[in-house]
Design a protein around this ligand. Structure first.
Ligand SMILES: [Ca+2]
Ligand SMILES: [Ca+2]
Length: 317
C-alpha cells in the first residue's frame, strides 16, 4: 500500500470517528464542550468591562428557566418553604407607585434588607412563587418561569434535582453559543427582531417605567420556550426573567467602577420583561446585575447547570 493510501485510510477513520462522536445527553439540558472564551465586552456597560479570556469546563445547561410546574414538584416532594413564604412578603414591581426617577435601576442592587432605592419596588405581603404579585392577583401559570425565588431557594431546588446553579461565565459561554469570539448582542443574533419582524425576547417596549406597550404580547413573564431559541437550542436566555448564577458578584479585574464588594450578593444574568434597551438593556449576552441572595422578586428566576465529567462518562461505558 502506498503512503498516499495510508493517509487516505487514516483520514477516513478520523472522519468516521468525528461523525460518530456522541454528544453527551441530559434530559432537558444542552451540552457545551467548554473551552476558552472571551467574557465581557471592551465597549460594554459599566460592569461588563474589561473583557478577558476565561476557560470553561464542559457542562450542561437547562434549555429554559425552571418553570412553576417544575418547582411545584420539588415543593411537593420535599415540603420546601421558600424564603418569601417564610418572610411573608416579597418584592413586586408596581409601575403605579413609581414616584422618582428609576433610570438608575440597573445599578441599584435589589434587596429586601434595605428600603428599595427605586420606588417602583414594593414588598408585598403574601407575594411568593404561587402568587408572584400577591394573593389578590392571579396565580403564577405552570409553564412560566418560577419567580419570587431567592438564590438560596434556587440552590436548594438545584441540589434536589441533582444539578447546580451555573457560574456566570458558564452562562455567558452558553449565551455566546460556545463561540470564543462572539460579538452579537444577543444569544440568537444581533437584532431583537427576526427577519419577519417578530421579537426574539420578552422585554419592555415603550416609555420605561410608565408604559409597557407589550408588543411582544406579554406584560410580565411569558411561557418558556417561545422566545429566543439559540443555535444551540436554549430559549429565554435574553428577557423573561433574570437568572440566578452560582457565584458572588464581583467587578472584573481592572474595572475602575466603584462597587462595594458584598459576599451576600450573587450575580444574575439575562435580563427580564422589565428590561428596556434605553435603560438597562440587560438581555444582552454580556449584561450582568446583582442581587442579595435572600431576595426574591417578580422578575428573577433561574435555570440549572450540571458538570460533565469525561472520567465518569468513560467509566460508565
Ligand atoms: Ca414584554
Ligand atoms: Ca432571561
Amino acid at each position: 500500500m502506498t503512503i498516499f493510501k495510508h493517509i487516505l485510510l487514516i483520514s477516513s477513520f478520523a472522519f468516521i470517528f468525528a461523525c460518530n462522536k456522541q454528544v453527551p445527553q441530559e434530559e432537558g439540558m444542552i451540552f457545551f464542550e467548554g473551552g476558552e472564551i472571551t467574557i465581557g465586552l471592551a465597549t460594554g456597560h459599566e460592569f461588563e468591562i474589561p473583557s478577558f479570556k476565561n476557560k470553561v469546563s464542559p457542562f450542561f445547561l437547562d434549555i429554559h428557566p425552571v418553570t412553576v410546574a417544575q418547582f411545584r414538584k420539588f415543593v411537593e416532594a420535599t415540603g420546601y418553604k421558600t424564603e418569601a413564604e417564610n418572610f411573608g412578603n416579597s418584592l413586586v414591581w408596581d409601575k403605579d407607585s413609581v414616584i422618582e426617577d428609576c433610570s438608575d435601576i440597573n445599578h441599584n442592587p435589589l434587596q429586601r434588607t434595605q428600603e428599595p432605592i427605586c420606588q417602583g419596588w414594593r414588598l408585598i405581603d403574601g407575594a411568593n412563587w404561587i402568587y408572584p404579585y400577591g394573593p389578590d392577583e392571579p396565580k403564577a401559570q405552570d409553564d412560566h418561569p418560577v419567580t419570587q425565588i431567592s438564590w438560596n431557594d434556587a440552590a436548594a431546588y438545584a441540589k434536589w434535582a441533582g444539578k447546580r446553579l451555573p457560574h456566570e461565565y458558564e452562562w455567558e459561554f452558553a449565551a455566546k453559543n460556545g463561540d470564543p469570539e462572539y460579538y452579537d448582542q444577543y444569544s440568537w443574533g444581533n437584532t431583537l427582531e427576526d427577519s419577519s419582524g417578530s421579537l426574539q425576547a420578552n422585554v419592555w417596549q415603550g416609555n420605561f417605567p410608565f408604559n409597557d406597550l407589550a408588543k411582544d404580547g406579554f406584560i410580565g413573564t411569558s411561557p418558556v420556550k417561545i422566545f429566543g431559541k439559540t443555535p444551540k437550542g436554549l430559549t429565554d436566555m435574553g428577557g423573561n426573567v433574570w437568572e440566578w448564577c452560582d457565584n458572588t458578584f464581583e467587578l472584573y479585574k481592572g474595572n475602575p467602577s466603584y462597587f462595594k464588594y458584598n459576599p451576600n450578593e450573587k450575580a444574575i444574568r439575562g435580563g427580564s420583561f422589565l428590561c428596556d434597551p434605553q435603560v438597562c438593556h440587560g438581555y444582552r449576552v454580556t449584561a450582568r446585575n446583582h442581587c442579595t441572595k435572600e431576595t426574591g422578586s417578580v422578575h428573577t428566576g433561574f435555570r440549572c447547570a450540571k458538570s460533565y465529567s469525561t472520567e465518569k462518562a468513560v467509566a460508565s461505558k
